[in-house]
Design a protein around this ligand. Structure first.
Ligand code: TTP
Ligand code: MG
Length: 392
């Protein structure tokens, strides 16, 4: 035992990568899902007459005098050099040149965020449903939204890359079938590797990089493709004579910290394919909540009432054992059988302590989800959750 701890201490000082690598969990499997040419794909899907044409979504090109930028271009328009953040006037010019060469004309469209947001919500619902169907813990920290068209998934519950791959393929198939959209997924031991992998074989790709291959995978990439390394950092590396990931690994943590401040330590790990960031679900600080997936989807009040009563009771008990007496905000979450999830909250002007008040509000709010007010199609409920915040 003594020998072993001396050996680890020695390695720690001799070889700085060891403590960082030891901290990684080899059983973690993380996926990053990113929709392909998202805004443009939604437009193409919703207007079938655009199918197969180069599409640019962004601000008004105004005959080449427009001042905004391109939000995104589909893959056909990208062939003309048009992509996100390119000035719309330049995109117009590139489109004009393509047309002169006799290539298909580019269609310019303005953004329609509502359509992208609702599509994004449905994609998240379909993904969550597929995960739960495959044995993921319902209500667990398994999905982190990372933007309108991307999310991280914790597939560690799959226990093997083979199973995780099967789940990823199923998610892709479900999204394709239900939303008529493609996405690309990366699987890896952490968020960093998964994110890079999802971009590796776009569109409609699936790239798997296992724990033991992560460092080699990162090594062959240009520095710019490591998330967190922007053009400014690349030029700092270049000034130090370091052109790629493999060169950059020659720097110690201290040297990286000197050049890049506090991010240096994180960077030391990233250059080695190590990333300890957890899947994060933005949870309100200092809150107490309960949720329950019902044994059977239902919209019968008689089945739901006891659940609410029980949750209110447990929450108020935990409020007291947590050293609080009152709360100001109550939140009810309802997940329907199609996985659409809705939340309603109430903030009291003065903090309250009453369990029956919490219960009454929750039941009154739940009733809205059982009739036409909040449930037009009479869907059954799959999960209910109750939470209190602003504890005093
Ligand atoms: P991305 O996922 O970066 O791009 P994308 O989905 O269009 O294409 P890819 O297949 O390469 O993933 O961004 C998602 C959406 O966010 C994109 O469709 C439009 C929007 N967006 C902007 O509005 N401006 C930008 O600069 C970028 C990068 C994206
Ligand atoms: Mg995308």
């Amino acid at each position: 035992m003594a020998n072993r701890s001396r050996r680890i201490r020695q390695q720690k000082t001799l070889f700085e990568t060891v403590p960082i690598k030891l901290a990684s969990n080899p059983n973690r499997i993380i996926a990053h899902l990113d929709m392909d040419a998202f805004f443009a794909s939604v437009e193409e899907r919703d207007r079938p007459y655009l199918s197969g044409r180069p599409i640019v979504v962004g601000s008004d090109p105004n005959g080449g005098k427009g001042r905004g930028v391109v939000s995104t271009a589909n893959y056909l328009a990208r062939k003309y050099g048009i992509r996100s953040a390119v000035p719309i006037s330049q995109a117009w010019q590139l489109a004009k040149e393509a047309k002169k060469r006799g290539e298909p004309e580019v269609i310019f469209l303005s953004t329609n965020f509502r359509a992208y947001e609702t599509t994004s919500e449905r994609v998240s619902g379909l993904t969550l449903a597929t995960l739960i169907k495959n044995g993921a813990p319902d209500g667990g920290r398994i999905i982190e939204s990372a933007g309108i068209d991307e999310m991280y998934l914790d597939l560690s519950f799959a226990r093997s890359y083979a199973k995780a791959q099967k789940i990823a393929l199923e998610i892709k198939a479900v999204i394709k079938k239900c939303e008529k959209l493609t996405c690309s997924i990366g699987l890896g031991p952490n968020k960093l590797i998964a994110k890079i992998a999802s971009d590796f074989q776009k569109p409609d790709g699936l790239t798997i990089v296992r724990f033991d291959k992560a460092e080699k995978f990162i090594e062959q990439l240009p520095l710019r493709s490591i998330p967190g390394i922007g053009p400014k950092m690349v030029s700092t590396f270049e000034k130090l004579g370091l052109k790629n990931v493999s060169n950059a690994k020659s720097l110690t943590i201290d040297e990286l910290t000197k050049s890049f401040g506090r991010f240096g330590r994180e960077l030391f790990g990233r250059l080695r394919g190590v990333d300890l960031r957890p899947i994060e679900i933005p949870l309100p600080a200092k809150s107490i909540g309960q949720h329950e997936t019902l044994t059977e989807d239902t919209n019968e009040l008689g089945q739901l009432l006891p659940r609410i009563e029980e949750m209110a009771e447990k929450i108020c008990r935990r409020l007291k054992t947590g050293g609080f007496t009152k709360f100001r905000t109550a939140i009810l979450t309802v997940r329907f059988s199609d996985f659409a999830t809705k939340t309603r909250s109430k903030t009291y002007s003065e903090a309250i302590s009453s369990r029956s008040e919490l219960e009454n509000w929750a039941i009154k709010t739940l009733l809205r989800f059982l009739d036409k007010r909040e449930n037009k199609f009479g869907q059954a409920i799959r999960l209910i959750g109750l939470r209190i915040e602003h504890l005093e």
